[in-house]
Design a protein around this ligand. Structure first.
Ligand code: AHR
Length: 307
């Protein structure tokens, strides 16, 4: 029997009696901080109890947290898998215990999609494509090679894999685009800075940095300035997320373009939890709607940006 089946058989619980366990990735970026706040605020507002844990970007910690939620017999488990692979064992334990699992933000790479009820989050391949399409347009008149450094997210994480794939797909039509180096900065500002410092030394004449998130782009800005170059001019930067610090750097002309990835998943998660409690079947894939920002659009959006 599945948890949702049991819930349906016994009838829905009062929402104030529901308990949800959420295993968060960590606090690696501004995006993650905004995501955590939105989830915590949404549960408070809905009056549903939330048990929250921070895995500090370690899969073993997330697995431990999920096991503890199973032991505590929570009604629903939600989590953002730090990496894509290696979840089948613990998800089968949840299934055997009859506890429905919701994936938020990041996907798992499992052939058995009965291990989770729904996956709620962005289309990361599309985000990478949007970044690549901007690059195509930005350099359309340049005939010389365009040398690119890619700052990858956490190795093995869905957004790192998919954003690399979407970007590569978009720029492959023109051989003048050369990704001269691609390395992980683990989605952190410190990682982005450190990797950029090293890669700029090893790769003279870089034109563009594509960072898989704003934080690594912000770290790259520091490294570019420390190298005596002007970010946004000598080396252009395109990132993903559109958190406040990223948007400020875009407004200031230090970042050139941002593809939005929305961290505001709390309300949709609450909806899914309510549907499960009512014995309904949520859509298997719920895709977040997102936009892109130029400098002018960032200047306009900043005053009312929530995060
Ligand atoms: O999974 C979403 C990604 O994780 C965000 O783009 C990045 O900032 C975060 O760390």
């Amino acid at each position: 029997a599945t948890g949702s089946g049991d819930a349906a058989a016994a009838g829905p619980k009062a929402e104030s009696d529901l308990v949800v366990g959420f295993a968060q990735v960590g606090a690696e970026s501004g995006w993650r901080t905004a995501n955590t706040k939105d989830i915590q605020d949404s549960f408070k507002e809905a009056g549903i109890q939330l048990k929250f844990s921070d895995a500090q970007q370690k899969q073993e910690n997330q697995i431990k947290a999920i096991r503890s939620y199973i032991q505590q017999k929570v009604d629903v488990i939600a989590f953002s898998p730090v990496v894509e692979t290696g979840w089948d064992a613990v998800l089968n334990e949840a299934k055997d215990a009859g506890i429905p699992v919701v994936l938020t933000d990041r996907a798992v790479d499992s052939s058995d999609d009965s291990l989770y009820v729904t996956f709620l989050g962005s289309d990361f391949v599309l985000e990478g494509q949007k970044a690549g399409e901007w690059v195509l347009e930005e350099y359309k008149d340049q005939t010389e090679p365009v040398k690119i450094i890619q700052l990858e997210g956490t190795t093995g994480a869905a957004p790192a894999i998919d954003r690399a794939e979407g970007f590569a797909e978009a720029i492959k039509s023109d051989p003048k685009f050369e990704v001269v180096a691609s390395q992980t900065g683990d989605f952190t500002r410190a990682g982005g800075k450190q990797v950029t410092e090293a890669l700029l030394k090893a790769n003279p004449g870089v034109n563009l940095i594509y960072a898989h998130n704003d934080d690594m782009g912000l770290g790259a800005i520091e490294a570019i300035e420390a190298a005596g170059l002007v970010p946004g001019k000598d080396i252009k930067i395109v990132t993903v997320d559109a958190v406040k610090d990223g948007m400020q750097a875009l407004a200031d002309g230090k970042i050139n373009f941002i593809v939005e990835c929305s961290p505001l998943l709390g309300k949709q998660l609450i909806e899914v939890v309510k549907q499960i409690n009512n014995g309904e079947t949520p859509e298997k894939r719920i895709v977040t709607e997102e936009t892109t920002f130029t400098q002018e659009q960032a200047i306009e959006a900043l005053p009312t940006r929530q995060y």
